[in-house]
Design a protein around this ligand. Structure first.
Ligand code: COA
Length: 706
C-alpha cells in the first residue's frame, strides 16, 4: 500500500467536527466535544447535531455540509445505523479523516457494513480510522478527541492501540507514572487506517521519542515489517501483543504450519524488525519510559554496584537473561573501585561495597564509574539495612542519577527493602528517575535499551538475492493441479529442489518389481524405497517406506510389503509405483521450511529436524526477504545451534549450506505463487565443505493462485 501523504492532518488537524456532538452529559458525543474544548485545542471546532443551536458554548451545525470551512477530521459518534450516511456526507464535504468511534461493525460480524464505510470514504479520497475506536489525542495541536475522563499529560511517548478500552487504561497508567504522551490513537477494527500508517507519522515526528504499540492481530504484515524495520533504525518501538495461543495452527497440513503458531512467528518477526516485545503493560511502560528519558550507552561495558552479595548475584543472573555484558577487566576494576570498597568487599563485577556501605560509599563508587570512560552503564543495587536506610537513598540516588544523565551514561537503581523504600521508589519514579523494586525489572529496562541500541547501530543487512528458473517450478505445480492434486509428489518435490540447486539423493521411479531391482542396481546399494501415490501423503503412517535395503532379495520383499501395507491402509489408493533412492549418509538432521504465513506472507523456518520436530519445537522463523546475517541470527536462535558447531570432537557442520538452502526455498516461496508450504525434513547437514542433502521434501500448493 502506498504511503498516506495526508497522515499529518490526522495528527495536526486545522479543524475538527464532531458528528453527533451532544449537550447531554453522559453521552459519548458530549464527552468528545467537552474533551476537545478542555484539552485546549486552539483550531476550529464544529459540533454537528440535527437540532443545531449551541453545544458546550460553540455554534452547532445541523449537517456537516453546512459548515462554511474546510474540515480536516470528523469524529463520528452517532449510532451505527446512521454512520454510513454520516461518512458519505463527510466524504462529500472533503473531510480528510473520519474517526468512527461508533461500535457495531466487523467486531460483531457486520463485515459488509464496515466495507461499505471504507468504500464510500475512498470514493472521495477520505480515510477512516476505526470503526470502534476511542478517538485520538495528539499533543502537537493539544487535541483530545477521545471520550476518556482523564486529562492526558503531554510528552514524548506515542501510543498506538488496537483496543480502545486498554487505551483508556494506558492513559491512566501514563498519568500515574508521569509519562507524557505525544499522541495516543486507537485503531479499532482497522477497516482502513492501520498501525503502518500511524507509525509512519510517528517515525517522522520529532516530539515522539518512543513508539508503544498494543496489538491483537496483524493486518498487512509485510508492510508492518517494512515500516517497523525503518522505525527502529530511528527510535525504539515497544510492542505488546495479546493472543499467544497456537489454536488453529495444529490443523495445518505441514510441520512448518503446525510449528508456526501465530505467536511464535510474531515473536520472531518482531525481533527481526528490531522492535522490543514486552510481556505486559507494566513492562511496556517501564521500558518506554526508560528509553524516552535516558541516554543510550556509548558501549557494552556495564558494572553492578551493590551492598549485598546475594542481590549482586541476582543482578548478574538478570544481566545474563537480558543480554547485558558485565565488564570484566579485573585489574582496571580494582584500580578504580578499591578506594570505595572495603578490604572484605569485592572489586570484581558485581562491585560489592558490602553491608557496611553508607550513602557516601555509594557516591564514591558511582563517581568512579561515572568518570571512567571504560564503563558505559551502571546498575545500582541497594539492600535496606540498619546502616543503609531509606534516609540514605536521597543522597545515593537522585543526585547521582542527574549526573549520569548529564554525562550521557545510563544508570538504573534497584531498591530492595520494606514499605518506606517502596514509597521512596514510587516517589522517584514520579520524578522519572529509573528506580525499580526488583532487580530483574531494572535490568530488563537496561537490557531493552541495549537490544535497541544494537539493532539501531547495525548496518543494513543486504537482501540475499537468488535467481532460478521460476517457470520450470510453475510447470511442475501446474501439472499437479491439472491432476487435481493440492500437493506435489515426492519426486516432483525433488525436481523443484534440483531446479533450485538444492542437493537431493539420487532416485528413480519404478513401476514394478523388475524395474525396482534394476533401479536399485543403477543407484547402488544401500537404497531406500518409498511408495508413490497421490492418495498417500503420509507415507510412513501407511507403511510405505523401507530403509537400508542392501540387495535384490530385500528389494523384492520390501516392494511386496509396501504394496500390501498401503493397500490395507488406504484401500482405494492408486499406487503408481515406488521411488528408489540412494540411502544418504548420516549427518545432522535439520528442518527447513517456508510458507505463506497468514499475517506476514512469505516466511522461512529453520530448526532441528527428524521425527521429533513437533515435540522439540526447536525452530525459529523470519519474514522474507532477508539477508545472510539475519539468517545466521535465526539459526543461532535455535537451542540446538551448538550441535552445528560440533560437539564431542565432531567437526563444524556446513552452516553455509544451511544458509544457502534457506535463501533458496525463501526465493521459491516468494516467486512461485502456486506454492503455499515447502518443508525439507530432514535436510541432512554434513561437515563444513561437504554440503547438505534434502532427503524428504513436502510441497503443498496454494488453495488458489496467489
Ligand atoms: N448527525 C448528527 N448528529 C446525529 C445524527 C446525525 N446523522 N444522528 C443522531 N445524532 C445525534 C443524536 O441526536 C444525539 O444527540 P442528542 O443527545 O442531542 O440527541 C447524538 O447524535 C448521539 O446519538 P444517540 O442516538 O443519543 O446515540 P448514543 O450516544 O446513545 O450512542 C454511540 C452513540 C456512538 C456512542 C454508540 O452507538 C456506540 O457505538 N457506543 C460504543 C462506543 C465505543 O465503545 N466505541 C469504541 C471505543 S474503544
Amino acid at each position: 500500500m502506498v504511503k498516506d501523504q495526508n497522515i499529518k492532518y490526522l495528527f495536526e488537524p486545522r479543524s475538527v467536527a464532531v458528528i453527533g456532538a451532544s449537550s447531554n452529559k453522559g453521552k459519548i458525543g458530549n464527552a468528545v466535544i467537552s474533551n476537545i474544548i478542555k484539552g485546549g485545542y486552539k483550531n476550529k471546532i464544529f459540533p454537528i447535531n440535527p437540532k443545531g443551536g449551541e453545544i458546550e458554548g460553540i455554534k452547532a451545525y445541523k449537517s456537516v455540509l453546512d459548515v462554511p470551512d474546510e474540515i480536516d477530521i470528523a469524529c463520528i459518534t452517532v449510532p451505527a445505523k446512521f454512520v454510513l450516511e454520516s461518512v458519505k456526507e463527510c466524504a462529500a464535504k472533503g473531510v480528510k479523516y473520519a474517526i468512527v468511534i461508533t461500535s457495531g461493525f466487523s467486531e460483531i460480524g457486520k463485515i459488509e457494513e464496515e466495507r461499505k464505510l471504507v468504500e464510500a470514504a475512498r470514493e472521495k479520497g477520505m480515510r477512516i480510522l476505526g470503526p470502534n475506536v476511542f478517538g485520538i489525542f495528539t499533543a502537537e495541536v493539544s487535541l483530545n478527541s477521545t471520550f476518556t475522563g482523564s486529562v492526558i499529560p503531554s510528552g514524548n511517548l506515542g501510543i498506538i492501540t488496537q483496543s480502545g478500552a486498554l487505551g483508556v487504561v494506558m492513559i491512566g497508567q501514563a498519568t500515574v507514572g508521569n509519562i507524557g504522551l505525544s499522541a495516543i490513537v486507537s485503531v479499532g477494527n482497522k477497516a482502513d487506517v492501520d498501525e503502518g500508517d500511524l507509525i509512519e507519522y510517528m517515525i517522522a515526528q520529532d516530539r515522539t521519542k518512543v513508539i508503544l504499540i498494543y496489538m491483537e492481530g496483524v493486518h498487512e504484515g509485510e508492510r508492518l515489517v517494512e515500516t517497523l524495520k525503518r522505525a527502529t533504525k530511528i527510535k525504539p518501538v515497544v510492542i505488546i501483543k495479546s493472543g499467544r495461543s497456537t489454536r488453529g495452527a495444529m490443523a495445518a497440513a505441514s510441520h512448518t504450519g503446525s510449528l508456526a503458531g501465530s505467536d511464535t512467528v510474531f515473536d520472531d518477526v518482531i525481533k527481526q524488525c528490531g522492535a522490543l516485545r514486552a510481556e505486559n503493560m507494566t513492562e511496556a511502560f517501564e521500558w518506554s519510559k526508560f528509553l524516552a528519558n535516558n541516554p543510550l550507552p556509548a558501549g557494552e561495558n556495564t558494572v553492578i554496584i551493590t551492598n549485598g552479595g546475594g542481590a549482586g548475584v541476582m543482578a548478574t543472573d538478570a544481566c545474563e537473561k537480558y543480554d547485558i555484558i558485565l565488564y570484566d577487566d579485573s585489574n582496571h576494576l580494582k584500580t578504580i573501585f578499591s578506594p570505595a570498597t572495603p578490604e572484605f568487599g569485592s572489586t570484581k563485577n558485581p562491585i560489592d561495597i558490602t553491608g557496611q556501605a553508607k550513602a557516601e560509599d555509594y557516591v564514591k563508587a558511582f563517581n568512579a564509574a561515572l568518570h571512567d570512560p571504560e564503563i558505559h552503564s551502571v546498575i545500582g543495587v541497594f539492600c535496606e539495612s540498619s546502616l543503609f536506610t531509606h534516609k540514605d537513598l536521597d543522597m545515593a540516588v537522585e543526585q547521582n542519577y542527574r549526573q549520569f544523565k548529564a554525562a550521557g551514561k545510563p544508570i538504573v537503581f534497584c531498591l530492595l527493602g520494606g514499605e518506606t523504600v517502596d514509597e521512596y521508589a514510587r516517589e522517584s519514579r514520579r520524578k522519572n528517575i529509573p528506580v525499580y523494586n526488583d532487580v530483574y525489572e531494572g535490568v530488563a529496562a537496561l537490557g531493552a535499551m541495549y537490544s535497541y541500541k544494537r539493532y539501531a547501530e547495525e548496518k543494513e543487512d543486504e537482501v540475499a538475492d537468488f535467481k532460478f528458473d521460476v517457470a520450470a517450478v510453475d510447470d511442475i505445480v501446474d501439472n499437479a493441479r491439472q491432476e487435481g492434486r493440492s500437493f506435489l509428489l515426492s519426486h516432483e518435490g525433488q525436481e523443484v529442489m534440483r531446479v533450485t540447486g538444492i542437493a537431493v539423493p539420487k532416485s528413480m521411479i519404478a513401476v514394478n518389481i523388475e524395474s525396482a531391482v534394476k533401479s536399485a542396481a543403477a543407484i547402488g546399494y544401500p537404497v531406500v524405497m518409498k511408495v508413490v501415490s497421490k492418495d498417500i501423503l503420509h507415507k510412513s503412517d501407511a507403511g510405505g517406506i523401507a530403509l537400508d535395503l542392501v540387495n535384490d532379495e530385500e528389494i523384492i520383499s520390501a516392494y511386496e510389503a509396501i504394496m500390501r501395507n498401503c493397500r490395507a491402509h488406504v484401500p482405494h489408493a492408486v499406487i503408481e509405483g515406488v521411488e528408489i533412492s540412494e540411502m544418504v549418509q548420516p549427518g545432522t538432521e535439520m528442518i527447513v521450511g517456508a510458507r505463506i504465513d497468514g499475517s506476514f506472507g512469505p516466511t522461512v523456518m529453520v530448526g532441528l529436524g527428524g521425527i521429533y520436530v513437533e515435540v522439540m519445537k526447536d525452530v525459529s522463523f523470519r519474514a522474507t526477504p532477508l539477508g545472510r546475517r539475519e539468517i545466521m541470527a535465526m539459526i543461532k536462535e535455535i537451542r540446538s545451534y551448538p550441535l552445528l558447531l560440533g560437539v564431542r570432537g565432531e567437526k563444524t557442520r556446513d552452516i553455509n549450506a544451511l544458509v544457502d538452502t534457506i535463501i533458496k526455498i525463501g526465493a521459491v516461496i516468494r516467486n512461485c505463487k502456486g506454492i503455499s508450504d515447502i518443508e525439507i525434513n530432514p535436510l541432512v547437514l554434513y561437515e563444513q565443505g561437504m554440503g547438505a542433502r534434502a532427503v524428504d521434501v513436502r510441497i503443498i500448493l496454494s488453495r488458489e493462485e496467489r
